[in-house]
Design a protein around this ligand. Structure first.
Ligand code: C2E
Ligand code: MG
Ligand code: MG
Length: 673
């Protein structure tokens, strides 16, 4: 947006020059004024009218008092009717006009809105009365040989205190001067007795006219430039205000505006909280749509969806929070029908990608006043039905409330958990299919909570990722693993490499590789003993960024494993774009082992593909002997699953080793420093 405006208040290029015609229009005041500039002049004149009317009122009161005292002191009661007709009536008319003008002006300044045309009419009338009496009194005085100060004062009041467009000022001044000089020119001069104006009077009159006119022009220009400056600022402010409350892409309101308006609404006494509802929308599969049709097309869908939302939820508070997340505050009545209507409309936009609208709803309680919490709950309800095809609407209820509280607990206590050893590492053995010996351990996190007991990662990993706190947990696991390695090695006990699960966000939120290197240095853990697992689903977006992170890890000497291979849609692409040392075949492949005929050939093919790509193959979720034997027979290098052991704490692992239930491979000798 151009932030420079021309004299009409219209945007113009910085270097654009004002033409002669524009200058002429400017100095005569004939140019078109914007409504803002008109209002500015109106306001300036109404304020100036206060001074002017007060001056006139004081002047007239003074005149009335002076004449009354003169009548009393000099006993002029007999001439009273003459004095009333020639003086008092003038004083009272001026006093009355001044008072009415003052009332209008004060009402305007104190914010009471009168009819603008009436106020302006009063201003013109008042000016006319002032000048009329100025001419009348001074022409009378002139004939008596007195000064013509009343006329001049009134001219100055009207033309200089008020701001006129120059051509209007010119008309007022010129006509009043002409009338005045015509009037005094028609009377015999008091000293010579001859009729007509002297040259000196004409020159003085012209000089006064000219200087008043010049002042009128300069006053107008000064006020105009101030008005334009203010208008410009106002426009910039409007623009800033608009972008601060609107979502740039879709044009509907943004999160900031939504929150502040929703807060006001929740705090109004008149709001019936039982009848309103917060709706959180998420378009499932929108990422795939973007991947297939590109960002531009994706943005078009978002814009259209925002338009639909506005239509379907008219008279509601509608906003876009981020990406494909929209939030609405509306009446509860009929809202599910409207969500269905939206879902139906969205389907028309989907093309070849299955877009599904998910909506989480939250009804605020009677005492609720925090819209952020309400939105979080609606979002939580929405997330709870993600990837559940049959569900598109979920109301936040008691079951979700319990889960939500747990989630809040996790987010609020991650630092406590790290500091107070609530985070524990459990180890699950990885077994060589060739020897049956343990050739690796996977480090899996557990949260031992004083209030909720032992929590599995399914409860806290996603939450910590959502709140971008996951790196705290992963750093804590790295530290514990290194400590366990050092303790075991110092006791002369054997160890095998440990694989750590890293979140995609670890690379964004901290220098996880640097931290691992430092901690391994501190506990003297050789690089060969630490591997990194990255889950396949992490690799679907931000390819470049993760690709680099994987290269950094491998360059630093760590082995990188691809976890949960086959769980997502982009498995083969992932193999093409990244380089891994170990491929972990997702446990879902084994789930149909007994009764699905296709399972075996699929696993077999994946294993042979792994060999071709020079990677080690590992299948997770091995629960039966048959599965293990099959994996051995097809040449899958390693297996992991409940058949060997569930994930267990280090001391239980030691017990199993001591009892001979598990045996560490001899391939890895503890390295003494
Ligand atoms: P994952 O890395 O794929 O871990 C394997 C999961 O499968 C573990 O669940 C393990 O207990 C389970 N599992 C192993 N063998 C069997 C089996 O034979 N049958 C069945 N039904 N399950 C088996 P867990 O420990 O609940 O971990 C779940 C996920 O949480 C992990 O999947 C991993 O993605 C994540 N995770 C765990 N610990 C961490 C961590 O420290 N950091 C990060 N970022 N993620 C972690
Ligand atoms: Mg894993
Ligand atoms: Mg896995």
């Amino acid at each position: 947006m151009s932030l420079v405006f021309d004299v009409r208040g219209e945007p113009m290029e910085k270097n654009e020059k004002t033409s002669l015609k524009d200058k002429l229009l400017l100095y005569t005041g004939l140019q078109k004024q914007t409504p803002y500039v008109k209002d500015y002049f109106y306001a300036t004149n109404m304020r100036a009218s206060i001074y002017m009317s007060v001056l006139v009122i004081v002047l007239e009161l003074w005149m009335i008092i002076r004449l009354t005292r003169k009548i009393i002191n000099e006993g002029l009661q007999k001439q009273l009717s003459y004095l009333i007709k020639n003086y008092f009536i003038n004083y009272f008319i001026l006093l009355g006009a001044g008072t009415v003008m003052l009332i209008f002006a004060v009402r305007f300044v104190t914010g009471r809105k009168d009819n603008k045309f009436l106020s302006l009419g009063m201003q013109y009338l008042f000016s006319f009365i002032c000048i009329y009496f100025g001419i009348k009194v001074s022409s009378h005085d002139y004939v008596k040989g007195e000064q013509i100060l009343t006329f001049l004062t009134m001219e100055l009041f009207v033309v200089c205190l008020l701001t006129w467009r120059p051509f209007v000022g010119f008309l007022i001044l010129t006509s009043s001067y002409l009338v005045f000089f015509y009037k005094i020119g028609a009377e015999p001069a008091f000293n010579t007795g001859t009729v007509g104006l002297t040259d000196a009077t004409k020159i003085n009159g012209f000089t006064m006219w000219l200087s008043t006119m010049l002042f009128c022009i300069s006053n107008y220009n000064k006020t105009l430039s101030q008005a334009l400056k203010d208008e410009r600022l106002e426009k910039v402010n409007d623009h800033l205000r608009s972008i601060s409350i609107h979502d740039e892409l879709t044009g509907i309101h943004n999160m900031v505006y939504f929150r502040s308006e929703a807060e006001k609404l929740l705090n109004y006494d008149t709001t019936d909280k039982n009848s309103i509802i917060f709706l959180f929308f998420d378009i499932e599969n929108f990422k795939s749509y973007n991947e297939k049709y590109g960002f531009h097309q994706g943005n078009e869908v978002l814009k259209k969806f925002a338009g639909l939302l506005n239509e379907v939820f008219s008279h509601s508070l509608v906003s876009r929070f981020s990406d494909d997340h929209f939030v609405v505050l509306t009446r509860e009545e009929g809202c599910q029908d409207r969500v269905r209507e939206l879902s139906y409309e969205l389907k028309k936009l989907q093309g070849e990608v299955q877009l599904q609208l998910k909506c989480g709803a939250y009804k605020p309680g009677d005492t609720e006043s925090d819209p952020s919490l309400a939105c979080d709950r609606a979002r939580f309800a929405c997330n709870s039905i993600k990837k559940r095809y049959e569900k598109s609407f979920r109301l936040y209820d008691k079951t979700l409330e319990d889960k939500f509280m747990l989630k809040q607990h996790i987010v609020n206590n991650i630092d406590n958990a790290v500091e107070n050893d609530w985070i524990r590492v459990y180890y699950q053995p990885v077994v060589s299919t060739r020897t049956g010996e343990v050739c690796g351990l996977e480090a899996l996190a557990r949260w031992k909570d004083p209030k909720y007991g032992l929590l599995p990662p399914g409860v806290f990993i996603e939450v910590l990722e959502e709140y971008r706190q996951i790196h705290k947990l992963d750093k804590c696991i790295i530290r514990q693993v290194c400590r366990d390695y050092r303790a075991a090695t110092d006791k002369g006990e054997g160890f095998v490499p440990i694989s750590l699960n890293f979140s995609r966000l670890d690379f964004e939120l901290c220098d996880i590789v640097g931290y691992m290197r430092e901690t391994a240095g501190e506990f003297k853990v050789p690089k060969e003993f630490l591997d990194v697992e990255i889950t396949e689903s992490a690799l679907t977006d931000q390819q470049d960024f993760l690709q680099k992170a994987i290269v950094v890890l491998r360059d630093a000497g760590y082995k990188v494993w691809l976890d949960d291979f086959g769980s997502g849609y982009s498995s083969l692409n992932v193999l093409k774009d990244y380089h891994f040392d170990v491929l972990k075949i997702d446990m879902k492949f084994l789930s149909g082992f007994a009764d699905n005929e296709k399972t075996k050939p699929i696993i077999k093919n994946i294993v042979s593909l792994t060999k071709q790509l020079d990677m080690v193959s590992l299948t997770e979720g091995v629960e039966t002997k048959e599965q293990f034997e099959f994996l051995s027979s097809i040449g899958c290098d390693r297996a992991q699953g409940y058949l060997f052991s569930k994930p267990i704490p280090i001391d239980q692992l030691r017990e199993k080793l001591d009892k001979g239930e598990l045996k560490f491979t001899e391939d890895y000798k503890p390295i003494q420093f």
